[in-house]
Design a protein around this ligand. Structure first.
Ligand SMILES: *Cc1c(COP(=O)(O)O)cnc(C)c1O
Length: 366
């Protein structure tokens, strides 16, 4: 059986290793596995939300309300926008897919930073769309401007990951919005996607960093992406959203299949919007525990990137393949960045007890 040529050569996204794998391969008790590889919330989700999921499980036979009326209203209220500014996806991943499928083709590609979230490139490759990457690992807007000017006719979408995964650095709100205006002045047909998967963490650290969803709705060429997978602790529920001008959301709705999130996910996300104390608790734990990682790096002379997220990227002298392999055997799952060409490890900031164990093991590797 032959499939489309470009499909055969696709790169497959390397998802964070599941707990089940460590249990299977190394016979480790699942309760003692520490999984800090996928930037999930180490505190879980708000108790009222898991309670709600249990209740709604009794209605699993029913399709959800496909207008997502309640969830859009909750998000609109949370972000100070209107329901018509919002589109819901099965994770913000799915909104990335909607955007690429509706703006790109074999001649119109995507522009991304040298090192960024791999899914942009993967969805573009599904439809054989060209890939433009800036030379720097981090987001350098001067490089982005240069490449937009040079390739204006061949770019459909520019992705800014703010803050950036897997590095953790973050652009300022002002410079991002100025860039959006610049892109419109070069070619108003290019859509700028501002992926704010970690924006809650960035705003908590510095209000001027990352982008506020409400600030993009007045633009005709930009969309903000948010998710319930990170700060809200609902990665397993698969709910994300886009916030944009209704001209944009109404077109993207055309490629959305009905019932693209589940009855359980929908209820969980609606409840999660109300549980803002849990978000504050999450952000505080993250900031406190992040300091412990930074201190460890300073004491041991390890280079790290100042992070605006719930993970920290640390560079090592010793081969990170060896470090990650040894920690994995001890039941600690971290994200090796070797495949990005960096001898670095991305560690999701966990709970105090988890971080203590991780740092004790890392210390042995130095
Ligand atoms: C985690 C993540 C997402 C989306 O995750 P979903 O679970 O699909 O909502 C999007 N962008 C970045 C940069 C991420 O790290």
């Amino acid at each position: 059986m032959n499939f489309n040529k470009h499909i055969e050569s696709l790169k497959v996204y390397e998802a964070g290793k599941p707990i089940e794998l460590v249990v299977r391969e190394f016979g480790i008790d699942p309760k003692s596995v520490i999984k800090l590889a996928s930037n999930e919330n180490p505190l879980g989700c708000a108790p009222a939300v898991s309670e709600r999921i249990r209740e709604v499980a009794l209605s699993a036979s029913l399709y959800p309300d496909d207008s997502y009326f309640e969830l859009k209203a909750a998000l609109a209220n949370l972000h100070g926008v209107e329901s018509k500014n919002i589109i819901i996806g099965s994770g913000s991943d799915q909104i990335i897919e909607f955007v690429i499928h509706s703006k790109c083709n074999e001649k119109k590609g995507i522009l991304v930073a040298g090192t960024t979230f791999a899914m942009y490139e993967i969805y573009a490759s599904h439809i054989d769309a060209p890939l433009f990457k800036t030379p720097s690992h981090h987001h350098d807007l001067a490089e982005f401007r240069e490449m937009v000017k040079e390739n204006a006719a061949n770019i459909g979408v520019v992705f800014l990951c703010v803050p950036n995964n897997p590095l953790g650095e973050c652009l300022g709100e002002r410079e991002v919005l100025e860039f959006v205006e610049f892109v419109a002045s070069v070619n108003s047909e290019i859509l700028v996607v501002i992926d704010g998967a970690y924006s809650e963490f960035a705003k908590f650290k510095d209000e001027k960093k990352a982008v506020t969803p409400a600030s993009v709705v007045s633009f005709d060429n930009a969309i903000f992406l948010g998710t319930f997978s990170k700060a809200y602790g609902l990665g397993g529920m698969r709910v994300g959203y886009g916030v944009a001008n209704p001209n944009i959301t109404s077109s993207l709705h055309k490629v959305r299949a009905p019932f693209n999130i589940t009855t359980l996910s929908l209820a969980a996300a609606v409840y999660a919007c109300k549980e803002q104390d849990f978000i504050t608790q999450t952000l505080k734990n993250n900031a406190e525990q992040m300091r412990i990682y930074e201190e460890f790096c300073r004491q041991n002379g390890l280079k790290f990137i100042d992070s605006y997220t719930n993970f920290i990227t640390i560079f090592f002298e010793k081969d990170t393949n060896l470090i990650c392999e040894r920690l994995l055997k001890k039941g600690i799952i971290l994200r090796n960045l070797k495949s990005y060409g960096l001898n670095a490890i991305r560690i999701t900031v966990g709970r105090a007890d988890q971080n203590e164990r991780v740092l004790a093991e890392l210390a042995k590797e130095l």
